[in-house]
Design a protein around this ligand. Structure first.
Ligand code: HEM
Length: 162
């Protein structure tokens, strides 16, 4: 009886974890498109603002803030998956070290870029800061996703593995 209860609880926990894993993995996989799209738009708008000597509007501020939030949400999904993913458990170097390292680095760039743009006084300085930091973050993310396609034969740059 005691053993039955133990196994039932164990089975229930495993299913709960697997469901959480499946849901978060799909969310994390799909959310990349939002992150990439927002970063591309934010960088293009910043370049146009910088070289076109445009004002730094409330719209610009909100675009950059929402891009930051999108990146942070992706990091949050990633951090939870990290502890339940079989790919990490299998000890695959890319998933254990490189993916998390590069993605956290890109999030730091976005966070610092957004904070520094606020401290700049002139609109051009704000646009320039966003261009450089968000642009670098976008590059790091793209390189990391490209690397991912080399690790798993089923992974493509735009596609989902599972
Ligand atoms: C901007 C940040 C990030 C982006 C754009 C991103 C993107 C992706 C993409 C495209 C996949 C492949 C999903 C698929 O197979 O369809 C993935 C998987 C994964 N990511 Fe991220 N990621 C980010 C941050 C993170 C962070 C910070 C962590 C961990 C702390 C993380 C952990 C993982 C893990 C463990 C997997 C493999 C999931 C599995 O299939 O078992 N990610 N990520």
């Amino acid at each position: 009886m005691q053993i039955d209860v133990y196994f039932l609880t164990f089975e229930k926990n495993i299913y709960t974890i697997m469901n959480l894993y499946t849901i978060l993995r799909s969310a994390h996989s799909g959310w990349r498109y939002i992150v990439l799209a927002m970063l591309i738009v934010a960088v293009v708008v910043a370049i146009l603002g910088w070289f076109g000597k445009k004002e730094y509007t409330e719209g610009n501020r909100k675009l950059n803030l929402f891009t930051l939030i999108a990146v942070h949400l992706q990091i949050t999904f990633g951090l939870i998956i990290y502890f339940i993913s079989p790919l990490v458990e299998a000890g695959i170097r890319y998933w254990k070290m490189e993916h998390v390292g590069m993605m956290v680095f890109s999030a730091i760039l976005v966070t610092i870029g957004n904070a520094r743009s606020k401290k700049e006084v002139l609109p051009q300085g704000k646009h320039r800061t966003i261009t450089i930091y968000f642009g670098l973050a976008l590059l790091v993310i793209m390189v990391s996703i490209f690397q991912m396609t080399k690790v798993g034969p089923l992974t493509t740059f735009w596609g989902m593995t599972h």
